[in-house]
Design a protein around this ligand. Sequence first.
Ligand code: SAJ
Length: 430
Amino acid sequence: MRSFDRVAVLGLGYVGLPTAALAAAAGYDVLGVDTDSGILSTLKSGEVHISEPGLRMVVRAAIEGGKLRLSERLESADAFVMCVPTPVEGRRADLTAVEAAARAVGAVLRRGDLVVLESTVPPGTTKGFLAKVLRSVSSLEPGEDFPLAYCPERVLPGAALKELVNNDRLMGGVDGRSARAAATLYSRFVDGALIKCDALEAEICKLAENAFRDVNIAFANELARLCETHGADVWRVLDLANRHPRVNILRPGAGVGGHCIPVDPWMLLRGTEETSLISTARTLNDDQPVFVARSVLRFLEENDVSEPAAAIFGVTYKADVDDVRNSPAAEAARTLVEGGVALRFCDPHVRRFQGREVVSAAAAVEGADLLLFMTAHSAWAQLEPDKLAARMRRRLLYDATGLIDLEAWRTAGMEVRRFGLGERGEDSSR
Ligand code: SAJ
């Protein structure tokens, strides 16, 4: 099997950049390619445009050690790894960036070079669309003249480096030789198992993993709504149910955000008819920020708050990241504003949100009637409930995360409410 000394990584986002840096650390001569000159100059100045624990250090070491070069233009290499975005618009994946990357690769591709796609794509893309573009530009036949594989990224934002090294990976070849070639490339920087399979299987697996998580979270959100109706505490129910050795229900919350889970299920469903479970779950999770916002509006009404002002704590799509893509906070904010609530935002990871400045905790709660926790940032442990409560006009708190220390806030004189925590008492079976 040919070795791949020179590796080109196309797309230096939250997957491509750590992949390029780790490949360089493992001894490959890596060319990192991105069409965004702003990203390249940030990286060349020693900074990184993505906030991931440890990333800045490995990227810097790779660049300073001469093993990672950066360019807007692709050059010839032994292996090409495509990590470009595939945004979903109107439930349809936009493969423009995959096509552009494939054209660039096809133009420099030589017999025997390895081509890998990591981006999330609809089933059939590697053997269909991608193979076609590469074939037409290079006049080489995928599988026969060069190995081609789909090796989906599976890293969790916030733990990307660790997961990139440790997670098992699917080596989805268009044929057996392609899968083996991909495994050779990754074996130098991945400790997890490299599982050889078919490209189509790997594409469906990637989408199924995220759809499974979406369905599980939708189940948790529905359970939380049911617990509210029954007057029970979903958080207690989950603790108890998850003690069963074969039950693992995920956490209810303010909604499912990010650039993967809210869109990948639609890619999986594309072109199919049998879609009721996955699409129902998707719809329920999509509605979740509005559901939470409506609960908040009711809470304000019950307390006769006129001209309400609220502070949203946490505007990123999940805890301890700086990414606001598809953040549930955006939809919840819209519903609250429509309901006549004046809003301020507080988030230690974000400077601006929805065209407005994100402010400090003290500034956010000044004169506010309600404090809404949307994401469970670990920074909230440093908040001082007494001091913040003292700045508020009314002392109402709504926790959509299930992770806020409610007792500490009650002690500070706040009236608290939590998503999934019903009022005990009534026997709802009658
Ligand atoms: N969420 C819940 N309840 C939970 C877990 C998450 O409401 O119990 C919410 C989060 O708050 C967030 C959203 O779901 O808004 C998604 O967060 P996440 O941590 O579940 O997932 P992502 O989008 O950060 O990363 C996922 C991961 N996929 C799986 O775990 C199956 C990651 O491994 C993938 O690589 C990534 O998608 C991707 O790129 O596809």
